[in-house]
Design a protein around this ligand. Structure first.
Ligand SMILES: [Ca+2]
Ligand SMILES: [Ca+2]
Length: 348
């Protein structure tokens, strides 16, 4: 009796284990992940964690930049795009989250839609055909400047690799895009985080070549503050998406992801972001501006001192500003000493 081919064994094992459990499956034979190309998501994501918490009391955006995958090519509906699935998973992490759907708008729609309602909103700025040199265009960066998202998810590189762009040029183009956004973010309430996603390999690109792209992206993340790296490509290799593709992750054009492909990509990205955000307990205790008052407490408002037996609205302070009233004393110190952190004439 002959031994079944490795791919068949792998498939049987994955079917038995279920796709979700297969996150920890060994990488397919012959696929070697560069040691430095592991997903690196941690406290670099604090602005996203704060954004998720703040979305309880105010509108918060998360932006997705990239090419056709981000745009949603191959998904049968907007709700099946990886951007929408990730946004929904993030919105579900809001402390006390209800089941309301998280919206995803295009960048154009988002900049024209005034937001008044609290909540987490996805902004899809994907441009079909974009490369690392074009995906964060001046217009896109300008739009981000208007919205000031808590975090920017970059999913770009497929078109560069197919087009034969040298790895170092790809890496420096992504680095330049992050820098352009950071320059635009200098006047924002909070500096955004960036998440660089190494997505599924296209069949025209060799495994080794695509791993070099991933390694370069990981290197960009490692060298910059508030930039994380998520390697989704390994999961697609495990399922041989660019080869026999037994789970139909790639469409008939062998270029765009199917609904299943979008779901897998969303799963990897949302899992990594979820780990980076930490436990619900950590989110509830987050004090992003380090003024001694938790984000959640600042959002919900503090009881006003000396205010009994009459209507008494809570004092709201800015969870992104240590000294909300600008009187030189931090919000936490004012509260501890019985002063009003939202009135400049009241301070220790
Ligand atoms: Ca605080
Ligand atoms: Ca103050």
């Amino acid at each position: 009796m002959s031994t079944p081919p490795a791919a068949v064994v792998l498939r049987l094992r994955l079917v038995g284990a279920g796709i979700l459990l297969a996150t920890t499956a060994a990488v397919a034979p012959g696929i070697v992940a560069p040691a430095h190309a592991r997903s690196t998501v941690d406290r670099e994501l604090d602005s996203l964690a704060s954004g998720v918490v703040r979305s309880v009391g105010e509108p918060v955006d998360v932006a997705f930049l990239g090419s056709s995958t981000t745009y949603g090519a191959g998904a049968t509906s907007a709700g099946n795009r990886f951007t929408d699935l990730v946004t929904a998973r993030l919105a579900a992490r809001r402390p006390g989250a209800d089941a309301s759907r998280a919206k995803v708008l295009t960048l154009d729609e988002a900049t024209k839609t005034p937001v008044s309602r609290a909540g987490l909103r996805g902004v899809n700025a994907g441009q079909p055909g974009a490369t690392a040199t074009t995906y964060a265009s001046d217009l896109t960066v300008y739009g981000l400047g208007l919205l000031q998202p808590a975090c920017v998810v970059h999913t770009v590189g497929s078109n560069d690799a197919v087009g034969g762009v040298p790895v170092h040029e790809y890496a420096s183009a992504v680095r330049a895009a992050v820098r352009r956004i950071n320059r635009a973010a200098r006047g924002w309430r909070d500096a955004p985080c960036h998440v660089l996603v190494h997505t599924a390999r296209r069949h025209q690109v060799s495994v080794e070549r695509w791993a070099e792209y991933g390694g370069a992206l990981a290197g960009v993340a490692e060298a910059m503050d508030r930039v994380s790296f998520v390697d989704a490509s390994l999961r697609f290799e495990v399922f041989d998406a660019a080869g026999s593709d037994p789970f139909d992750l790639m469409g008939a054009d062998r270029t765009h992801l199917t609904d299943a492909g979008h779901a897998l990509l969303a799963d990897v990205v949302a899992d990594a972001l979820g780990r980076g955000l930490g436990s619900d307990r950590r989110l509830r205790r987050l004090d992003h501006d380090r003024d001694g008052l938790r984000d959640l407490r600042e959002l919900r408002g503090l009881p006003r001192p000396h205010c009994l037996n009459r209507p008494c609205p809570p004092i709201r302070t800015d969870p992104l500003l240590r000294d909300t009233d600008g009187d030189g004393a931090s919000d936490g110190r004012e509260v501890r000493t019985g002063h009003d952190p939202a009135r400049a004439s009241s301070h220790p």
